[in-house]
Design a protein around this ligand. Structure first.
Ligand code: F6R
Length: 608
């Protein structure tokens, strides 16, 4: 997501922080800023756009001092602008923050009632005010610790205080944070590459811990103030490896980021102790939702697959008919739309030409458009009536992974909201569904732990010439997505099919050199998928099965099993896609293809 760098020592901090931020540029950002303490006061410079805009600002209005923090922002709450860029100041306190504060609205209201004035739309500014409220004559670390009692959410935070010019206080929950150790100077960062040039000695901060970073010492404490003894780690990564967080490819890193990406997309939206969701920035009234006659989803590629899962969820929870269209087909068909239709456009980049054109066409025809997008303020959100942002963070690998999982989660939230508004989803059922959704990040963590086993299956199959992916019901789009992942990064021919269609054609392909990958989890279509697998086995086809843990029956169909935890069928796609992403990744890696930039493909398809 966003990037943090901090420095305390005897060198001029501003150029050092700018270099650090430049090393995080590859991750994508839309504004940047610095705060430098000159011994008397803290100066702040912020600018929307690229770092060179901030550089030019610093040339005109320089900052000097040996203590400072810097930030690159990837907008989540509030558009990319100068006032929303970090650092944020409240009184004597200045903060930079990565992550999302779940309860920022209620905290903001409370602080405003106390007379606090906010100058940005960000959740981060709440942190600055909370810490300033607590400060009094306390050490900064104590004020930060007290302020944290009020917040829920994910964060990595670095804080300065105007009248404590010798320290940075940093803390984290779910977002990464490291301290870099040097001689008579120390650094903090959200990511190793930002400060790798200065040190190879790192201390990784754990959730809830607080780091007091001064030029001559670093003190780490537990949430209740007890000292933590942690040995530093030597990081021998090359700068390129460091950009990828030690992963060989961005795609691999992004697959592993999915628990966090999913949690961030749900944060603040699944209402605790209630059976509903809050969709910030979707301003559709209950009356509008009740009166909808149809939903039309438009998207391309992986986002279209998410749309197919969305159809299943919306029809199940909200009992509204849903059509899912490929954006490239939509406007050439002379679509029939009215003001009682809601068009849902899905796009990771927000710039896909066909999806953007479909949005324009839909609006021209009088429909309202809600988009689900990962890049704030990109073309599609700007052209839509409502936006529901996924909080996957920048996706760099061309093959979409974490964006897909968060798109499905956003559609899940939308489906629950519609179901509750239209009274087609009972409170009890909504509560059950949301609890299962909230457990998904943990389930994904467990699937990721099984990676060595998935890698072994990939090794056994990496020379296979053709793959057929099959599934039924809500997992059918997962078969399509599994096939797309494999073909785009390994160049092996792969097709996704609804399992029930197999005998209407594709079964003719089955022979011993063809692998059939089946999603065979224990839901209502389980037995039917098993009978498809019998047909494959009878023709000597090889089977790889995504199944539930401890499923003994499936063992008779295949020795190649990729288990996922059992959950509600509606949540299954969030889990069943994981082994398929890893399978595709490892097959491509064994074959030595360019995983992050596969041939002929671009991350953002801005031409028709
Ligand atoms: C496949 C992939 C593409 C995109 C498609 C739409 O891994 O990434 O199929 O899903 O080009 O892109 P967005 O979602 O940016 O509109």
């Amino acid at each position: 997501m966003c990037g943090i760098v901090g420095y305390v020592g005897s060198r001029d901090a501003a150029p050092l922080l700018m270099e650090g931020l430049a090393r995080l540029e590859y991750r994508g950002y839309d504004s940047a800023g610095l705060a430098i303490h000159d011994g008397k006061e803290i100066g702040i410079r912020r600018a929307p756009g690229k770092l060179r805009v901030l550089s030019r600002l610093l040339e005109r209005k320089p900052l000097s001092g040996t203590l400072g923090i810097g930030h690159t922002r990837w907008a989540t709450h509030g558009r990319p602008s100068e006032e929303n860029a970090h650092p944020h100041r409240a009184g004597r306190v200045v903060v930079v923050h990565n992550g999302i504060l779940e309860n920022h609205s209620e905290l903001r209201q409370r602080l405003e009632k106390k007379g606090r004035r906010f100058t940005s739309q960000t959740d981060t500014e709440v942190f600055a005010h909370l810490i300033d409220e607590e400060l009094g004559r306390k050490p900064l670390e104590e004020a930060v610790r007290r302020a944290l009692r009020y917040v829920r959410g994910t964060y990595a935070l670095a804080v300065l205080c105007a009248d404590q010019p010798d320290r940075i206080v940093a803390t984290k929950n779910a977002s990464p944070l490291v301290v870099g150790l040097c001689q008579n100077e120390n650094l903090v960062a959200s990511d190793v590459p930002a400060i790798l040039e200065h040190t190879r000695k790192f201390v990784f901060i754990e959730d809830g811990e607080l780091a007091l970073v001064q030029a001559g010492r670093v003190k780490i404490q537990t949430p209740d103030g007890k000292p933590v003894r942690r040995r530093s780690r030597h990081i021998g990564w090359s700068p390129l490896m460091a950009e990828k967080g030690g992963h060989k490819h961005f795609m691999h890193k992004e697959i592993h980021e999915q628990p966090r990406a999913l949690a961030d997309t749900l944060t603040g939206r699944v209402l605790r102790d209630s059976a509903d969701v809050h969709l910030d920035s979707v301003k559709l009234r209950v009356r509008d939702l009740k009166n909808l006659s149809r939903i039309v989803i438009v998207a391309c590629g992986t986002s279209w697959h998410a749309g197919l899962v969305g159809k299943f969820l919306i029809e199940r929870f909200a009992r509204i008919p849903v059509e899912v269209d490929l954006a490239s087909e939509f406007r050439y068909r002379g679509p029939i739309l009215s003001d009682r239709d809601l068009v849902v456009a899905i796009s990771q980049s927000g710039e896909t030409a066909d999806t953007l054109a479909a949005v324009r066409e839909a609006r021209k025809l009088g429909a309202r458009v809600l988009c689900i997008c990962n890049v704030m303020d990109s073309g599609i959100p700007r052209t839509s009536d409502h936006v529901l942002y996924t909080h996957a963070g920048p996706e760099i690998g061309v093959a979409s992974t974490k964006a897909f999982v968060t798109q499905m989660a956003a559609l899940f939230l939308l489906a629950v909201r519609l179901g509750r508004a239209r009274k087609t989803l009972s409170e009890k059922e909504a509560r059950k569904q949301l609890a299962a959704l909230a457990a998904a990040p943990e389930h994904i963590e467990r699937i990721l732990k099984n990676e060595p086993h998935i890698q072994e299956i990939a090794r056994a199959f990496h020379t296979t010439k053709a793959f057929l992916f099959i599934a039924r019901g809500i997992n059918y789009p997962i078969a399509l997505e599994g096939a797309l992942k494999l073909k785009e990064i390994s160049y092996i021919h792969a097709e996704g099919y609804p399992a029930g269609e197999m005998k209407h054609g594709p079964i003719a392909l089955i022979e011993k050199d063809v692998a059939v990958v089946a999603v065979a989890t224990k839901n209502s279509t389980y037995e039917k998928v098993l009978s498809n697998l019998s047909e494959v086995r009878a023709r000597d086809g090889q089977v790889i099965a995504i199944c539930n843990q401890r499923d003994k029956k499936i063992e008779t169909y295949s020795p190649h099993l990729l288990p996922v935890p059992a959950t509600l069928d509606t949540v299954e796609p969030l889990l069943t896609i994981l082994p398929l992403q890893l399978l595709a990744y490892h097959i491509a890696n064994f074959n030595g293809t360019d995983v992050d930039q596969p041939r002929n493909l671009a991350k953002s398809v801005t031409v028709e």
